[in-house]
Write a protein that binds this ligand. Structure first.
Ligand SMILES: NC(=O)c1ccc[n+]([C@@H]2O[C@H](COP(=O)([O-])OP(=O)(O)OC[C@H]3O[C@@H](n4cnc5c(N)ncnc54)[C@H](O)[C@@H]3O)[C@@H](O)[C@H]2O)c1
Length: 351
């Protein structure tokens, strides 16, 4: 059995696929003064054993074994998305100190509400790995933007990724475990699933940021289009506000992950690091009429490390983490946009 180093908190990980191997293990290695990986579980025994061996952790193939391990204080849920909600709840009920769950932490509003209720009942905090929420460029720029009056009228998330199939697969997650469907295979239902997968797998990283500018208004999809071979262009209206969500993969473009907010009196532009990149935070530029441009970020870490730092600081110092209600609202927004965009393209295709 593997124990945590003195003065560190033991982490057990459920699912040891690419996100663990390429994101969480290198991140946790950089935070080895605070956190120790003590146990890795994967349903594939060879994967569990081999990945655990890299970090000197115990390995197992069952949820119950990991939860029974007293050296696991925090549970990180990195299994495929359909298992997240039940595993989050099992970890909280097992009396663990905290849960970090990869996005999306649930697939329906009901599941999200159940997680929030069990978290309130057990007192176990949950953090969702929507990494941009924890990027210092975003958190500092959002504070500087201010809340009242919130005059944002245009909000845009724009993601362009290179053609490297492995990179695409890892960045799109939900939809692209298998090669992109050929044009002949794209039935209306496949098209709908691609749109929904794009929103819940990729756009979801920026939807908490989008939501913070919506003033509580429900966005309605006004157009949705698949971009070839994979991508989406979705336009929404939330009251007077316009929201654009774009993701494109094209062999001629360099990677770029940008987020823009435009108001009459100020604009915000953020360049985030692409998926799987560990080197530093995004950079945010806030332009306000009559004032010098303010630049935030280029910090030494981005949201991948930010989410673990936030969870550790919450457990040790009680610093706040996103409220349970905000996790439900973020998930509800993502599911609503995924459903609307999917229905939109299916309807268009059937015309
Ligand atoms: N934050 C990010 O940038 C980012 C990037 C990629 C993936 N993700 C998320 O991480 C999660 C995992 O992604 P991945 O790319 O590693 O996925 P993956 O599906 O390729 O790998 C997941 C691993 O989980 C294992 N597994 C299957 N069923 C399991 C179960 N019931 N319990 C435990 N393990 C099980 C599989 O054997 C596999 O090794 C997904 O929810 C995805 O949305 C996030």
């Amino acid at each position: 059995m593997s124990t945590a180093r003195p003065d560190t908190i033991g982490v057990g990980i459920l699912g040891a696929g690419p996100v663990v191997q390429a994101i969480h293990l290198p991140t946790l290695a950089r935070l080895s003064d605070r956190l120790t990986v003590t146990h890795i579980m994967d349903v594939a025994a060879d994967v569990a054993e081999s990945v655990a061996g890299r970090v000197g952790a115990s390995s197992s193939t069952s949820l119950e074994s990991l939860l029974a391990d007293p050296n696991v204080e925090i549970v990180a849920i990195c299994s495929p998305s359909q298992f997240h909600a039940s595993q989050v709840i099992a970890a909280m009920r097992a009396g663990k100190r905290a849960v970090l769950c990869e996005k999306p932490f649930a697939t329906t509003r009901d599941e999200a509400e159940e997680i929030a209720a069990v978290s309130a009942e057990t007192g176990v905090p949950v953090i969702v790995g929507a990494m941009h929420t924890f990027d210092p460029a975003w958190t500092e720029a959002r504070k500087a933007w201010g809340d009242l009056p919130d005059t944002a009228h245009t909000i845009r998330s724009s993601i362009v990724l290179p053609p490297n199939p492995r990179f695409e697969d890892r960045a799109t997650e939900v939809v692209s475990r298998t090669p992109f469907p050929s044009p002949g295979e794209i039935t209306p239902e496949v098209l709908g699933a691609m749109m929904s997968g794009g929103v819940l797998g990729l756009a979801i990283h920026d939807l908490p940021l989008v939501r913070s500018f919506l003033g509580g208004q429900e966005p309605v999809v006004t157009s949705a289009k698949r971009l070839d071979p994979f991508g989406y262009a979705i336009t929404l209206r939330a009251g007077e506000r316009i929201v654009e969500l774009i993701a494109a993969m094209h062999s001629h473009w360099k990677p770029a992950w940008e987020f823009d907010v435009i108001a009459d009196d100020q604009t915000l532009h953020i360049d985030f690091t692409p998926s799987y990149v560990h080197a530093g935070s995004g950079t945010a530029r806030l332009h306000r009429s009559g004032e010098p441009t303010r630049v935030f970020g280029d910090a030494d870490h981005n949201g991948y490390e930010g989410e673990w730092r936030a969870l550790h600081a919450h457990l040790i110092q009680g610093t706040p983490i996103p409220a349970r209600e905000s996790l439900i609202d973020d998930l509800t927004l993502a599911v609503s946009i995924a459903d609307q965009a999917s229905a939109f393209v299916i309807q268009e295709a059937q015309r």
